[in-house]
Design a protein around this ligand. Structure first.
Ligand SMILES: CC(C)(COP(=O)(O)OP(=O)(O)OC[C@H]1O[C@@H](n2cnc3c(N)ncnc32)[C@H](O)[C@@H]1OP(=O)(O)O)[C@@H](O)C(=O)NCCC(=O)NCCS
Length: 159
């Protein structure tokens, strides 16, 4: 965890049971770690139970192998009414050399649920910096795109 209340860090050293026979870590292992970080960020932000509704833009840019230190950073960057978009980045570090590299990033849409499991309102997001405002605006565009897509799908299903 960081000093910044809005950011969650989770680090883990990759182990043989997470890899294929050549030593490459399975993509699902990394996504699981990212999902845990997104969950923690969204839960701490909303103070509610949260579930993952969507994952966007997962692209693996670098191989991750046994022994690497993987660090996920998660931050709520956009909020709707009951949903939150969490930006998650993954950095990878070979512990025998100096330096970290960005292995991937993705956007997780998490939905807050009340005690009965229904979507529940989340607080509005304070935007203090230019970067936060820009990230919020980009999140809003993705949110509206998905809303439109869902509406069109519902219309098509009802015809
Ligand atoms: C996520 C879930 C609670 C949404 O329920 P729903 O009946 O569609 O609720 P709503 O239509 O009221 O949507 C609630 C919010 O989720 C968002 N949402 C729902 N499905 C979404 C999707 N596929 N992509 C992006 N956002 C989505 C909506 O935009 C809405 O956001 P807003 O309130 O900020 O405008 C429901 O689909 C669910 O329980 N899914 C399974 C979640 C889960 O188990 N995840 C782990 C998988 S292993």
């Amino acid at each position: 965890m960081s000093d910044n209340e809005n950011i969650i860090y989770i680090s883990e050293v990759m182990m043989p049971h997470q890899a294929n026979v050549a030593g490459n870590i399975h993509g699902g292992e990394i996504v699981k770690l990212m999902d845990s970080a997104a969950y923690a960020a969204a839960r701490r932000y909303s103070r509610a139970n949260v579930v993952t509704a969507r994952i966007d833009e997962v692209e693996f840019h670098l191989p991750i192998i046994i022994g690497d230190l993987v660090t996920c950073m998660a931050q709520v960057v956009y909020v709707g009414k009951t949903s939150m978009e969490v930006a998650v980045t993954v950095d990878v570090e070979d512990l025998e050399t100096v330096g970290r590299k960005r292995a991937l990033s993705a956007f997780f849409t998490m939905v807050a649920l009340d005690k009965k499991g229904r979507p529940s309102r989340v607080p509005s997001l304070p935007l203090n910096t230019v970067e936060e405002k820009q990230a919020f605006e980009e999140g809003r565009k993705r949110y509206e795109y998905h809303k439109q897509k869902k509406l069109k799908q519902t219309d098509a299903d009802n015809q």
